[in-house]
Design a protein around this ligand. Structure first.
Ligand code: URA
Length: 235
């Protein structure tokens, strides 16, 4: 719980003065009541409706822990070069909230992407020492041969790298599709591993990170991580 004025600031409605003005002009409505006292305590976690000028707004719950189903042709960057930013898929106030991506996905990669305002969360999940498993569904150009699977499982040397990296799990789904779990997060890792094993990635989709599954969330849609999902990741 927090003061109303603090809540409005958190929701990206401007300075204390801007927010105070919104209240004075009776533009702020929470759970059906026009809010008049800037010092009044409100609790975003139990709030069911928040409106400005009668227009319903997303209630941002801080710190933000967001799961986004990244579509192809979006860049994981606040300053994208070739495609729109993944952040443009979120409500406007959320785009201003200082979200960080938990690792990167290539522009052509789809699937599970975590976004957060909590720098410790980013660090914990991307630290090489933590070995958080990431599961990808990989579509390849050439039919999958047993030798390719064996190489991914036993380890391949990536160009410009000295040690070999191996997949933790490889499951062949059909002649051109496999699921692969890796626990590092090197640059273009899946594409480079598949290339080193003699094939070529033509489609890459992240299905899971640690115990968090993308599930049935539609492409381009987002949701909050649940308390259980956060707890499973140690947050
Ligand atoms: N590995 C890749 O090659 N690309 C990604 O986007 C993610 C993992």
């Amino acid at each position: 719980a927090m003061e109303l004025i603090k809540f409005l600031q958190q929701q990206g409605l401007g300075s204390r003065k801007d927010c105070r003005r919104l209240i004075d002009l009776a533009r702020v409505q929470i759970d059906g009541s026009i809010m008049q006292d800037p010092r009044q305590t409100v609790d975003p976690a139990t709030m069911s409706q928040f409106c400005i000028d009668g227009e319903k707004r997303e209630i941002l719950l801080f710190p933000l822990y967001i799961l986004l189903h990244k579509p192809a042709d979006f860049e994981v960057s606040h300053q994208p070069a070739h495609y729109p930013s993944v952040f443009t898929l979120l409500p406007a106030a959320m785009q201003q909230a200082g979200l960080l991506a938990v690792g990167r996905l290539d522009a052509d990669t789809t699937g599970l992407l975590l976004l957060t305002t909590d720098g410790r969360f980013v660090h914990a999940l991307t630290s090489p020492r933590r070995h958080v498993p990431k599961r990808y569904r990989v579509t390849v150009k050439h039919a999958i041969l047993p030798e390719m699977v064996a190489k991914l499982q036993s380890g391949v040397i990536l160009k410009d790298d000295s040690e070999s990296v191996a997949a933790e799990v490889v499951t062949v789904l059909d002649a051109h599709t496999l699921e692969m779990t890796i626990s590092e997060g090197r640059y273009h890792q899946v594409k480079r591993m598949v290339a080193a094993a003699g094939n070529r990635v033509v489609g890459l989709h992240r299905e899971a990170l640690g115990s968090v599954e993308l599930g049935a969330l539609a492409e381009g849609a987002w949701r909050y991580l649940s308390a259980a999902e956060r707890a499973a990741l140690g947050f």
